[in-house]
Ligand binder design. Structure first.
Ligand code: HEC
Length: 290
């Protein structure tokens, strides 16, 4: 087997093993990072929803407290404000969805589905739990979610969600009396849930991995090409030359020009020793001939 082939086989094995090892290690790391990044964005969206809720309670509702008696304005309802604001935000982040999943909602669109009910029940059973992060299998694939409990902490909430008789007439006219009532103080009635398809995190991780592997592969390939050029110039070419001269000398062609490499490396010193040996051989032959 030729020298360059031997070297290149070793390079190839090192290249494949090295690149797969890098791929495997970084894949896991990138997926973890992408998951964290997606959850971080989900956390910001969740925080946004919380801020809109408190803004609506503190700033909007007091301004419209008179008008609401005549004509119900859902814009004063924190849940409505948060859901509608996040719906607008979703134009920028279409992968993320937000819901105030509630067991007994005023607006039927907010009714918790089966898996959401599981989350609400979890918060109801673990009163101290403030956040839940998890994965959920849906017909369209795996989803990542962040959930926070919706707990009734203010008496004022019960005006509209407590007894039907306490609720504003204008609200009853719009939403009816069949649901969204009977909530209690300190009760967990639902959960804010921000969810995002797992695919978003995986796609992000794969994209980074591909870029990373292509660039690492290219650098390794460039190194291999460089090593090949060096191998050819420093070892293969001079050794080939010397071997062809040795061949000719052994066949009796003593008049071949000398080939001597300048320098102090092993191949140069081989060429110098070879020339000395050749000169001794020529002298010895001459002595025999005399
Ligand atoms: C002025 C009446 C009113 C008050 C006060 C009020 N809500 Fe509501 N709430 C509503 C209405 C109406 C909806 C339905 C809005 C919509 O169309 O999505 C709603 C919706 C909700 C929802 C979403 C699920 C559902 O029932 O549709 C949650 C959760 C909620 N409210 C919690 C609260 C909490 C907590 C408070 C106290 C901080 C509160 N609400 C105060 C009227 C009120």
């Amino acid at each position: 087997m030729k020298l360059w082939l031997k070297f290149n086989l070793v390079f190839l094995v090192a290249f494949v093993i090295g690149l797969s090892a890098i791929g495997m290690i970084s894949n896991e790391m990138l997926q973890r990072n992408a998951r964290e990044e997606v959850l971080h964005t989900a956390g910001i969206i969740m925080q946004g929803a919380m801020s809109i809720r408190s803004y609506t309670i503190d700033e909007i509702r007091p301004l419209l407290s008179v008008q609401i008696k005549r004509n119900f304005l859902p814009q004063t309802v924190p849940a409505y404000a948060a859901t509608n604001n996040i719906a607008r935000l979703r134009k920028m982040y279409p992968d993320y969805s937000y819901k105030e999943a509630t067991l007994n909602p005023t607006n039927p669109a907010s009714r918790a589905t089966e898996w959401e009910t599981g989350i609400v029940e979890h918060f109801r059973n673990h009163g101290d739990k403030q956040e839940l992060i998890g994965e959920h299998e849906s017909p369209t694939g795996k989803n990542l979610y962040i959930a926070r409990p919706i707990k009734i902490k203010k008496e004022s909430c019960l005006t509209c969600h407590g007894k039907i008789s306490d609720a504003p007439e204008s609200m009853l006219a719009r939403y009816g009396e069949s649901n969204g009532f009977g909530w209690k103080m300190h009760e967990v009635v639902g959960s804010q849930i921000v969810s995002v398809p797992m695919e978003v995190a995986l796609k992000r991780a794969n994209k980074t991995l591909t870029t990373f592997l292509v660039s690492t592969g290219s650098v390794l390939l460039a190194i291999i090409i460089l090593l090949n050029i060096l191998l050819y110039r420093i070892v293969v070419r001079p050794v080939k030359k010397m071997s062809s001269i040795a061949h000719d000398v052994s066949m009796g062609k003593m008049d071949m020009p000398e080939f001597e490499l300048k320098g102090k490396d092993e191949v140069a010193s081989l060429s110098q020793s070879f020339n000395r040996m050749r000169r001794s051989l020529v002298n010895a032959m001459r002595l025999i001939d005399e």
